[in-house]
Design a protein around this ligand. Structure first.
Ligand SMILES: Nc1ncnc2c1ncn2[C@@H]1O[C@H](COP(=O)(O)OP(=O)(O)OP(=O)(O)O)[C@@H](O)[C@H]1O
Length: 599
């Protein structure tokens, strides 16, 4: 399994390329399998339509060589039959084509619908660890441009490629039946076409891979700039971002230009080979007609076939680029789908329907990467109902410790327990109910305030939502909003301040009513009235549950039962705020510092 590991590589080594190809085909197969009978019917329709279309020149030859002489000697039957057959074949070809295009659209749209859903479901399932490194820009590229590339091929792939291929096969076959010598001339022309196509294939595959990588890089940079536009403006990064964007856009331009440039060689090459073939046929067959070994009708049919033979090649070549980008897209999507969540649900979950909230770190060691331990060794017990403030310098490992309790990551060694049960053995649903993490950003989803609070417990009634808001003191500002609880948070007038967002996220957590609450306190300083409001809301939220607060404020530390000072991933101090101040260690210093800045 390699997942998304090699998705930026332009040139894959042989073994890996084969693996990636197989993975894409497997994905395609799994998408089409449920519709295999419909797919088979479509193939049959495509084949029949092409067969009917290819009959034309043969009937023309028969009309000229047999029908015309019979007509001249007074018998119109043969030529009428040939004309009728020609008409029937043309109508049948048209009707069958219409039918298979419609069927193709149904099949391809159903497959895409399935794929779109799978990609969404899967990315949602992947663990935080994956999302932290893969970036949302890439996910967006997978969901948008890559799915579009796959759509293009599924929509017209069978139509262009398969029908083109079958048409050529029928033409070659019929020409051999009609006149093997002409068939041989056509076959000889296929040799340079084959070499030219191989050349084109190999180059365009490389170029198309680079265009996909370049387009994904562009999207990543764009999303990052837009998502961080506040920081961009605050730090006047516009110029630098523009330079970066220009560089990436230029890479994209160059890559695309190279890819398109290939068609400029390939297409005229094909046209040339086609024309030379027609000229060769005219020369060879013309001589044979002259010497009486070939009928005129056969010559006409051979020329018609030769001209028609190369028409689909051009279409197929044009289409080859879309196919390449679609193959590259499918390779990436299949890689993404191959990624496994690093946090796995337990095989035999221990039920924990109503946790009390006792947390225990037993001999825990943890690092995000094998090279570096963030928490080298931690033993810690937090009794149920205790409010713990985590303090420490930046990068000390406070968020990391909190993430281990919520099982966003698994420990490298040792055990984290909730109510005595290893968190790795608790069913996801129970763990998510028992442990809720309120992050600094206080993320709001699009929708109303009420819907945003209900995220904590989707089945909550309006009264329960109001009660939660009331409990944390969010009701007053909500009722003053234009539409109260129904105010859309993304509309003007519904835009909330940092403090208000915090209160909404508290109400959400209150409604969820977890046994353990983890709170990454916002570092941004609120003004004093908001801070007082948020602190009151917080106090009500904490009541009766275990809480771990990554604290950045004096007022928060003061409501904690216990303070843990973390430094370099180790517990440096542990005690009640009063005890630690009396001891005069690091916390006492920090406390004094906070006190001096808040007055
Ligand atoms: N996803 C990650 N992958 C790799 N390293 C990480 C990851 N997240 C954090 N780290 C590293 O782990 C260390 C501890 O980070 P953590 O976020 O736990 O610190 P913190 O004490 O919460 O800091 P802050 O107060 O600044 O939020 C840091 O050195 C950081 O670089």
């Amino acid at each position: 399994m390699s997942g998304v590991a090699f998705e930026d590589d332009i040139q894959l080594e042989r073994e890996r390329a084969r693996f990636v190809r197989r993975r894409s085909l497997h994905l395609l197969g799994s998408l089409l399998r449920p519709m295999r009978w419909r797919f088979a019917l479509m193939l049959l329709l495509v084949a029949s339509a092409q067969g009917a279309k290819a009959l034309g020149p043969l009937l023309v030859a028969s009309a000229i060589d047999a029908g015309l002489p019979a007509l001249i000697s007074g018998d119109p039957t043969r030529i009428l039959l040939d004309g009728g057959a020609y008409l029937t074949a043309a109508v049948a070809g048209g009707v069958l084509t219409l039918w298979f295009i419609r069927l193709n659209a149904r099949i391809s749209q159903a497959a895409l619908f399935d794929l779109r859903k799978r990609v969404f479901l899967h990315t949602q399932r992947l663990s935080l660890e994956f999302h932290e490194t893969y970036t949302s820009g890439r996910i967006i590229a997978r969901q948008t441009s890559d799915l579009d590339a796959v759509r293009e091929v599924l929509d017209s792939g069978v139509n262009q490629l398969l029908s083109g291929f079958l048409y050529m096969a029928f033409i070659a076959g019929l020409l051999f039946v009609l006149d093997p010598w002409s068939g041989l001339v056509l076959l000889a022309a296929a040799v340079p076409v084959w070499f030219l196509t191989r050349w084109f294939q190999q180059r365009s595959q490389l170029h198309y891979r680079s265009t996909r990588v370049a387009s994904a890089n562009l999207i990543v940079q764009f999303v990052e700039t837009m998502a961080g536009h506040r920081a961009v403006q605050a730090f006047h990064r516009e110029r630098r971002n523009l330079d970066e964007h220009t560089r990436l856009a230029d890479e994209y331009r160059v890559a695309d230009q190279r890819a398109v440039g290939l068609i400029g060689v390939y297409n005229p090459g094909l046209v040339l080979i086609g024309n030379v073939t027609v000229a060769a046929l005219l020369a060879v067959d013309g001589y044979r007609v002259f010497s009486g070994t070939l009928a005129v009708g056969a010559l006409v049919a051979a020329v018609l076939y030769a001209k028609r033979f190369f028409t689909p090649v051009q279409d197929m070549a044009q289409f080859y680029n879309s196919l390449q980008s679609s193959v590259a897209a499918l390779e990436k999507i299949s890689g993404l789908l191959e990624e496994q969540p690093s946090i796995r649900p337990p095989r035999q979950p221990v039920p924990l329907p109503r946790a009390a909230g006792r947390i225990e770190f037993d001999d825990v060691r943890f690092g995000y990467t094998p090279e570096r331990d963030i928490l080298p060794h931690l033993d810690l017990v937090i009794p149920a109902g205790q409010t713990v403030a985590l303090v420490g310098s930046t990068g000390a490992g406070k968020s990391t410790l909190a993430k281990l309790v919520a099982r966003f990551y698994d420990v490298t060694e040792g055990v984290v327990r909730l109510d005595g049960v290893d968190v790795r053995e608790v069913a996801f649903a129970d763990l998510r109910r028992a442990v809720v993490m309120v992050t600094q950003e206080a993320f709001l989803f699009s929708g109303s305030i009420a819907e945003n609070i209900a995220v904590g417990r989707p089945e909550a009634t309006r009264e329960e939502i109001r009660a939660a808001a009331r409990a944390v003191g969010a009701d007053r500002f909500i009722e003053l909003l234009p539409d109260g609880y129904d105010t859309d948070v993304n509309k003007r007038g519904g835009r909330l301040s940092a403090g208000q967002r915090q209160l909404v996220s508290f109400a959400r957590a209150f409604l969820a009513d977890p046994a353990v609450l983890i709170l990454d306190e916002a570092t941004s300083s609120l003004d004093l009235p908001s801070e007082a409001l948020v602190q009151r809301g917080l106090a009500r939220l904490l009541d009766g549950r275990t809480a771990i607060i990554i604290a950045h404020r004096l007022s928060t530390v003061e409501i904690a039962d216990r303070v843990l000072v973390l430094g370099g991933g180790r517990l440096l101090e542990d005690g009640s705020p009063a005890e630690l101040i009396a001891e005069g260690g690091e916390f006492a210093e920090l406390h004094a510092e906070w006190e001096s800045t808040t007055v």
